[in-house]
Design a protein around this ligand. Sequence first.
Ligand code: PEP
Ligand code: MG
Length: 831
Amino acid sequence: MSAEVHGGRAKCLQRLIRMGMPVPRTMALSFDVVHRIAQGHLPDMEALLAPFGENPLVSVRPSSQDPDWGGPGAILNIGMNDTRLAEMIPVIGEWAATAVYLRFVQSYAIHVARLDPEEFYLPDVPDAVSLRAMLDTYELETDEPFPQDPATQLGEVLRSMARAWDGTTARLLRQAKGAPVDAGLGLVVQKMALGVGHGECGSGVIQYVDSATGQPQITGRYLGQSQGREALGDTDSALYLTKDPRGPSLEERCPEPFAQLKEYGELCRRKLREEMQVEFTIDDGTLHVLDAVRVQRSSRASVAIAVALAEDSIIPREEAVLRVEPSALSELLHRQIDPRATRDVIVSGIPASPGAATGRIVLTANEAQASAARGEPCVLVRRETTPEDIRGMHAAQAVLTMRGGVTSHAAVIGRGLGVPCIVGASDLVIDRKRGGIIGRDGRRFAVGDLITVDGTTGQVLAGSPPMLEAALDGAFQTLLAWADDFRDIGVRANADTPADAHTAQNFAAEGIGLCRTEHMFFDDERLGVMREMIFAESSDDRRAVLDRLLPMQRADFQALFAIMAGKNVCVRLFDPPLHEFLPADKAGLRDLAEQMALPLAAVTERVNALREYNPMLGMRGVRLGIAIPEIYDMQARAIFEALIAVQSQGITIDVEIMIPLVSAMREVELMRARIDGVANAVRAKKRAVFEYHLGVMVETPRGALRAQDIAEHAEFLSFGTNDLTQMTYGLSRDDAGRFMSAYVQQGVYAEDPFHTLDIEGVGELVSLGAERGRAGRPDVVLAICGEHGGSRSAIAFCREHKFDYVSCSPFRVPVARLTAAQLALQERMNA
Ligand code: PEP
Ligand code: MG
């Protein structure tokens, strides 16, 4: 018998029987047989029932290949009829026998004859009158008496279950869980162990670990005179399993069956290599095991269970690593809304940074900072965020924007900070005038009202639903340490601040793959100096202003280097267009005029002169390096001086300097000469020895096409797939949200290419760039550092093209480590 022919439940029952468990007589019908039943070809029912004796009483349960794919509900007590009732009354009593019959008529009426459930409730007192009433209702509704022949009953049950499997809803539900279109259903026919009658009779469910934590703990319930899973639904009368101060327990009432059940749990764990939930019945003191299914588990429990099984040598470590879904880890890293909570959804958007947080609505970064200063958690709601909002984002518990996609500013920063974030909530209205937001259904929430952002699902909820805390326990660390043993591609973090770097370090990133330095200049103190630098008339003036930024920038790098001791840190030189540092509104311009002691008109004119129609394609990245070289000079000097400072403390750091937005070899040649010049000057002045590597961020299509001659001047190429996607598609990463869902829904794009690396198009440029880069410099280091870096498809792609590492948001590092290990193990298994 195999799960592929008879389904997982049938296979599991066979194993329970082989392990010597008291499973009632069971017959399995294969996918083929059930398929034929669905088409109207019933097998010989008399022959099918023969093994169950003269007066058969059986149950039927579904058995799909993977139990997670579901199936129709079980039907018990098939074979009950008037004659059987009369026979049973003297044996188990009128009450018990009638209850069994009633239950069968009820489930047959609802699930087989598809009658209205409202008409078939179970009476409090199972007596002849209530039974007659139910049988009469059945007859009234169907114009036929309730079928009395067990073979007919079973035939109809089998037919209805087989057909239910083919229904559209069932099909869609299982396909959503990964089932193939042609997934089959097996059925299991089992002799009933009644659970009602004389002596100790009842049924229950037991599992040996806690579903929330995965820790060993016997949980479940037992209910006397009950069947199926009734014990779980009647917590008032049901018994605890182990001794419990809250009430009587199965352990005390039936020590022997309880001891047997405990033993079976251990047996399942060792032989089935899994934590199982066992369904059992006690019949006049004798235990029967009816079924066993994989314990339902939270993400946290799935990690704990896999690790414990491997630590007990029940499964190899490789299997433990393969058993945990990487996305489950990202749930563990963040607070989540309790799955049992009710969700009052205000509006939905694109889930851009996972985790959930509750706070009071604020509409500006300043209000967010003020709220944080008062110790009040807040959610920053913006049309979109700009670099000026960073401090507000830091101060907020969560961020919500109307515009933007998964690589927009809010999304990138949110992920970097580990702050839950939803972007592109286009149905949201921000009502600045009256101070509040309006949800999709027109409900208004004022500034100060509590809302909850669920960055994992993209839903914004009213109020503060209950949360589950993050859980980075020992099992999590152990699993990732094992994953690292199997992984064959590096994982670094995109980290800009000491806080990011600490997170990266905690998650064992192998270094920083992208430090975006521009975020360092938005601090109030620095912003003013930046603006003075932008307004400087001459190179000398600019240099003088930058000299004031130098010590701050040096301190930034020194802090990062100290945290990342012994690792690689890749610092990307300044990238954004300068106007991002200038005010956009009148009040801001007035402030600036005051600060610069210039007439408002002059300031406005200068600011307007810096405006560009397409700033993302304008004066940014290396273009600034060429046109205003003093900025990169200052940054290079700060990097080298910081390096010397940490080296003098005995810290080694492999420093890499990365040039953004390169599209021509000459850009690199010029920058290398300049930065080498700064390095030599610092070496001479400080009488110090240090090395560094210079590389290029490949994020323009031309950069990829010209990778060969670019690599002659660059020791590493790191593909910036955010800009590369933007430029390859000609698609604005900040505005694409407006039509992205229409595009994806109509199948124009299979996925949002900012979210899932477009292997066909952007990927072709990346692989071409990698190949050409290697032709220019065979030992060139290759990496990817766009937001795709931590995704499964991008990691698979990078492994395939023998990249050295991927770099992703710090909070994605554990997910990337596990994904990379799984890909390596799967490749090994398929070899
Ligand atoms: C990129 O373009 O892929 C990248 C990582 O840089 P940024 O997102 O800062 O433009
Ligand atoms: Mg970029």
